[in-house]
Design a protein around this ligand. Structure first.
Ligand SMILES: C[S@@+](CC[C@H](N)C(=O)[O-])C[C@H]1O[C@@H](n2cnc3c(N)ncnc32)[C@H](O)[C@@H]1O
Length: 325
């Protein structure tokens, strides 16, 4: 694995290999808790096994999904300003790095180390190998885990650490856990750390809803993949045909809420615990909160970050914030 690539350092991911098992234990524990609630839900992080990551990549290329292409445009603008903002000898750390396409826009000779961190183990390795080939002078150290946690970083990386949290993932936490993420990222990145955050802005409801209800049904398949993953891990026999996908923008909390709705009464067992889902009962599979420039600034400040700068596209669909300690 990556042995021929001298710039790919897999020591760190090997240390985290034990999470592979812990992953399924965490999956079982969280599923049991979340499915026991009155309003059943599954955290969106569980959508990302290898198949889920591949579906997400397809979503990023859909015409309805404005977020990726808009964020990339803004990153191109930022890439022109990197030398004015930062000195040399940087370490980039990307939380939820996915395909790592976006970070490639910003990598230049100021950047010495890159640590992609993701929960989708196989996809993380594949993406890291691809990136190592494209940037032979960059030392890539993939890390595996849940980005809500604090991480102890390896000693050999440079002290100036720039974090990235792109893809509007800041909107995907239930119960306002985005503040905990921002606080922990601050600790992980350390003194003088900075963090770029991709923030999807509140806009016309129709534009938002189309992005989660694409004409090819790719987002629906991404959500149905959760059923396949549950079947694979827990040997359940949940069927896609017994659920329908539904997603809408809830203007009360400025969040897109996505669900799998059961078409019939059904039961299943997860690790010896029985669950009943009634006909028309909803299982929430995603929340995707949208912000105003001001509401994100308030959130960042509440977690101890200061806004250094922000960029938006001309339609004000999307923004990228640069936060500093
Ligand atoms: C919305 S995608 C964004 C991917 C990429 N950053 C982009 O902007 O296109 C979310 C990424 O974060 C990862 N992810 C989701 N929840 C996570 C968690 N709790 N901890 C670590 N990675 C997570 C997923 O595997 C996926 O690669």
């Amino acid at each position: 694995m990556g042995k021929s690539l001298s710039n790919l350092n897999t020591d760190y991911i090997q240390n985290y290999k034990k999470f592979d098992k812990i992953d399924n234990i965490a999956f079982s524990k969280e599923l049991k808790t979340e499915l026991s609630k009155k309003n059943k839900r599954i955290p969106s992080k569980f959508k990302y096994d290898l198949n889920g990551s591949k579906y997400f990549e397809k979503i990023t290329k859909l015409k309805e999904y404005y977020a990726t292409r808009t964020e990339k445009k803004i990153l191109k603008q930022i890439s022109k300003e990197m030398k004015n903002i930062f000195d040399n000898n940087l370490t980039f750390l990307e939380f939820g790095s996915g395909a790592t396409d976006k970070i490639g826009i910003l990598i230049n000779n100021q950047v010495k180390f890159f640590m992609p961190l993701d929960i989708s183990y196989d996809f993380l390795l594949k993406s890291s190998i691809k990136l190592a080939k494209s940037f032979p002078n960059l030392i890539i150290m993939p890390a595996y885990g849940d980005y809500i946690n604090k991480f102890k970083l390896p000693n050999q990386i440079s002290k100036k650490r720039i974090g990235f949290f792109l893809g509007s993932s800041i909107g995907n936490f239930y119960e306002k856990k985005e503040k905990i993420f921002l606080q922990n990222a601050k600790t992980t990145l350390g003194k003088n750390g900075c963090l770029f955050v991709g923030v999807d802005l509140i806009k016309n409801k129709k534009i938002i809803e189309k992005a989660y209800n694409d004409s090819k049904g790719t987002t629906a398949k991404f959500n149905f993949n959760l059923l396949s993953r549950i079947n694979k891990v827990f040997k359940t026999k949940l069927k896609q045909k017994d659920f329908k996908y539904f997603s809408h923008f809830n203007e009360k909390n400025n969040s897109v809420e996505s669900f799998l709705i059961s078409k019939k009464d059904q039961k299943f067992i997860i690790d010896n615990k029985k669950f009943f889902v009634k006909k028309n009962e909803k299982i929430q599979t995603e929340t995707s909160k949208k912000f105003t420039l001001n509401s994100f600034k308030i959130l960042a400040n509440s977690a101890g970050w200061k806004v250094k700068k922000y960029w938006t596209d001309k339609n004000k669909y999307y923004s990228i914030f640069l936060l500093e300690n």
